[in-house]
Write a protein that binds this ligand. Structure first.
Ligand code: SF4
Ligand code: SF4
Length: 176
């Protein structure tokens, strides 16, 4: 049961940009309780429900529908496996006292270079990467599960499709 006094939020990848969205955990809980599986046609329903708490521009509706459906698929899979699925900011450890969601450290993927070999998927211990639905490429499924300061997957990608922010960004953060 979620704390009704606090609405959860998740940061999800919409197209190539992150979007902070409120109320997704509550929406996912309700859909799951209704027995709604993450089928393709659920995208527009997710957009409709998410609009209650969030601004979703009409022009970006299809990108939001795809992103929300992908997020709900993860939630659904975790629930079926008996795992706690929560994207709340408070659910992750802090780094030097800074909330994890305030640190933009995660892989940056050039999907025009990625050929879907899957090396990063099997390599990353934090399960940050997942295959796209058709399995032809990967995407950054759980950016904030990436260990701050780790960049090991950059070296193992044969196509040089993975990059990271400069380390100075982290050094600057610890000085303030
Ligand atoms: S290792 Fe590189 S090329 Fe292979 S799936 Fe990952 S990002 Fe794509
Ligand atoms: S840097 Fe490390 S933790 Fe982050 S995605 Fe790559 S392998 Fe995973």
């Amino acid at each position: 049961m979620r704390d009704s006094g606090k609405r959860g939020y998740r940061q999800i990848l919409v197209g190539r940009f992150f979007s902070n969205m409120a109320g997704l955990d509550e929406i996912f809980d309700a859909l799951y309780a209704e027995g709604r599986a993450p089928e393709e046609d659920l995208g527009s329903e997710l957009v409709k429900r998410a609009r209650v708490y969030n601004y979703i521009p009409r022009s970006a509706e299809s990108e939001y529908a795809a992103a929300l459906l992908r997020e709900y698929r993860k939630y659904w899979r975790d629930k079926k496996q008996g795992k706690v699925s929560c994207g709340c900011a408070s659910s992750r450890p802090t780094w030097h006292g800074i909330p994890r969601e305030e640190i933009a450290w995660f892989p940056i993927l050039d999907d025009s270079l990625c050929d879907g070999c899957g090396k990063c998927v099997s390599f990353c211990p934090e399960k940050v990467f997942e295959f796209t639905e058709d399995g032809s490429k990967v995407y950054i499924a759980s950016p904030f599960d990436c260990q701050v300061g780790c960049s090991s997957c950059e070296r193992i990608c044969p196509r040089k499709a993975i990059a990271f922010p400069p380390r100075e960004m982290l050094e600057r953060m610890t000085r303030h």
